[in-house]
Design a protein around this ligand. Structure first.
Ligand SMILES: [Zn+2]
Length: 259
């Protein structure tokens, strides 16, 4: 293995030495249709027996996508907003489920999204909301359980709040604000290594009994936006995870992770 990957290899070896396995989950966003890129994603995950969670845009989701996914047992469909349209004013960051519209309207769309994907994908649909652009109104989480959602997923560290469980993602391989291709690999490797280190020795909190289980680390990808560099990095990253035996891939069908 090249020096580039050494920090990650060393960290994974430490997990193995300590007899620990890190839980990982994979979220891939923006699916509506079958495509060669989706085929590539599915073969990448199937070859390694990795469960993958597709964040599907409900209004545009097609029967063709449902037909493509039905025979693939390790795919879980999550609710990616409703139309994936920005409704925020120009001076605010993009969001579909942000504060720019009445909450009741957002909740209607969140309900429609879950209804439509449940109809199209049946048991493959897990009631987890992924607000587009990973942004949402602060009033949204408290209302989602009564719509049937069991979790909410965005990007970054989970907030220390009670309520609907958060299954966030933490490692996004694309440099959206720069090249729109692969984030420089040395940066990604440093990020994932740091995320693993934090989880291997989480800060102790003696007043917490039992200790909070540590949350799965979330990998975020967007198959429609991957170029050769992104696919190649992902292949090597998965190889590292698979061969290390220090990783346990988890899925939405397991006991829900606590918040
Ligand atoms: Zn999206």
């Amino acid at each position: 293995m090249t020096a580039l990957w050494e920090p990650l290899v060393t960290e994974l070896a430490a997990w193995r030495r300590e007899g620990k396995r890190v839980p990982l989950w994979w979220r891939d966003d923006d699916a509506t249709l079958p495509s060669p890129a989706l085929d590539r994603l599915l073969s990448l995950t199937a070859e390694r027996a990795i469960p993958v969670h597709l964040a599907v845009i409900p209004r545009d989701a097609t029967l063709a996508l449902s037909d493509r996914l039905r025979p693939v047992a390790a795919v879980h469909v999550l609710v990616h907003g409703w139309t994936h349209r920005n409704h925020e004013p120009p001076d605010r960051k993009k969001a579909e489920f942000g504060s720019g519209r009445p909450l009741a309207l957002v909740l209607d769309e969140a309900r429609s999204g879950l209804d439509r994907l449940t109809t199209l994908f049946g048991d493959q649909c897990a009631p987890i909301l992924i607000p587009p652009w990973n942004r949402f109104s602060p009033d949204l989480p408290a209302e989602l359980a009564r719509l049937g959602y069991v979790a909410l997923s965005a990007f970054g560290p989970e907030p220390k709040v009670h309520g609907l469980p958060r299954w966030n993602t933490h490692l996004d391989v694309i440099d959206w604000h720069g090249s729109r291709s692969l984030t420089p690999p040395d940066q990604l490797i440093a990020q994932v290594t740091a995320l693993l280190k934090e989880r291997r020795h989480p800060p102790s909190a003696p007043h917490q009994i039992p200790a909070r289980p540590f949350r799965p680390l979330g990998l975020l990808t967007h198959h429609l936006d991957h170029d050769a560099a992104v696919w190649s990095f992902l292949e090597t990253l998965l190889e590292q995870f698979t061969t290390s035996e220090a990783v346990r891939w988890v899925s939405a069908k397991e006991t829900p992770w606590t918040c």
